[in-house]
Design a protein around this ligand. Sequence first.
Ligand SMILES: *[C@@H]1O[C@H](CO)[C@@H](O)[C@H](O)[C@H]1NC(C)=O
Ligand SMILES: *[C@@H]1O[C@H](CO)[C@@H](O)[C@H](O)[C@H]1NC(C)=O
Length: 433
Amino acid sequence: MSFKRKLCLFAVATLVVVFVFWSSRMGITVFMGLPTMCPGQPSEETITRLHGTKHLLVSAYADRRVSGKDIRIIGIFNRYSAQELHCVFCCQGSMSGQSPATVLLHSDNFGYPYVTTDVLCQTPAGCKGSHVALVPSQLRATTENLAWLPVRNLKEAEQEEARLPFNLTVCISVLFENFNNVLQAADLYILEMYRLLGVNKVVIYNISSGPELDRLLHSYSQEGFLETVPWPINWHLTLSHGWLFSESGGDLHYFRQLTTLNECIYRSMHQSRYVLLNDLDEIIMPYQHDDLPSLISDLQQQHPDVHEFRIENHIFPKTHVEPSGKFQLPQWEGVPGLNILQHIYREEPDYSIYHPYKMIVRPRLVEQTSVHEVLKKSGKSYKVPREVCRIIHVRTPLRASLKLEQLHMDMRLWDFHQKLIPSVNQALRRAGE
Ligand SMILES: *[C@@H]1O[C@H](CO)[C@@H](O)[C@H](O)[C@H]1NC(C)=O
Ligand SMILES: *[C@@H]1O[C@H](CO)[C@@H](O)[C@H](O)[C@H]1NC(C)=O
């Protein structure tokens, strides 16, 4: 090879090296297919085991609300095997040094060994980290033990609250295993009812669903109304079907409902001004407003410093059916589950004992939540008067000793029947196709 040729090759090689270096500093990934210098692969699972520990990791979110930390990783930790952890970042393709992580176990564990946990990390100066991983302090990070979590909300966090695309998102904690495996009439009612009530989006955590329900959920996802998040928690832990360890055993509370609610708050924080946390068998019903956004807007104006609106639960026993049968429609006969329009009798709650609530929150002001109350937030909480809004919860009676004449007649749902019935029919047709 002539000297000129060597010089030429050298110049080209130098240019390439300089360009790659420059582009990686600018955050541009040039040779997409080439392996990066960060060992291991980003996790594509919703639930990732933290190597060398008993803990599970769910997702990482940019969160600049806590000073000195800017990333929050939501996980499920075994509280009997506490461990010091370090954060590692993948910065423009190369791995950062390790920095100590702050591990915060949520206070509500209901006696279970596994508990929702936040791990806080700080991105190193100069690092545009889009992936983060955790390592137990005594381990060295290697290809085998690193599972990178993509950091979500990095850009979205700049969005002003007033410009968010959605007013209200409903987070349904978990699509239960077995329980809702077939299409249930009540699922349809509740999804359609929420649409009528002005909800922009529903997020559901899916453990498993049967083919009929699956088809239906896919059709809601396609139109953008529903987001289903895979939740294969049963691959990792022994689930409890109850909510108290001393009664039902298992590893964690009610299919890890608490983790999904927290995850949903962070997932929705930069999309939706308000988030409603509840289950698929309950409807948060405004009694003096036509829809939920107008209720929330009034409540917020009356109580500007409140960021958690608590809604009282009311039981409509499924044992009592409305006598006229006017909503006993022939086309719904083959569909299992409750026809909620037929249940119009409401129990008077026993206020002398504990009374559960569900919440509508401003997600940007919430750090941690439990099922019936928010754990860490800025701002105040407010119990919405029951005549303004209450939960319609059709289920087995709570106060079975009450006689029919001791129950209240409550036909608020009927105000929606003209729109609700055709929507449910349409959804049923879609699910059957
Ligand atoms: C949010 O609420 C405002 C005011 O009520 C309304 O004008 C707007 O259309 C709503 N946005 C969505 C996405 O529903
Ligand atoms: C729910 O999860 C099950 C099991 O992983 C899966 O087969 C099904 O397609 C999922 N359904 C939806 C709507 O995402």
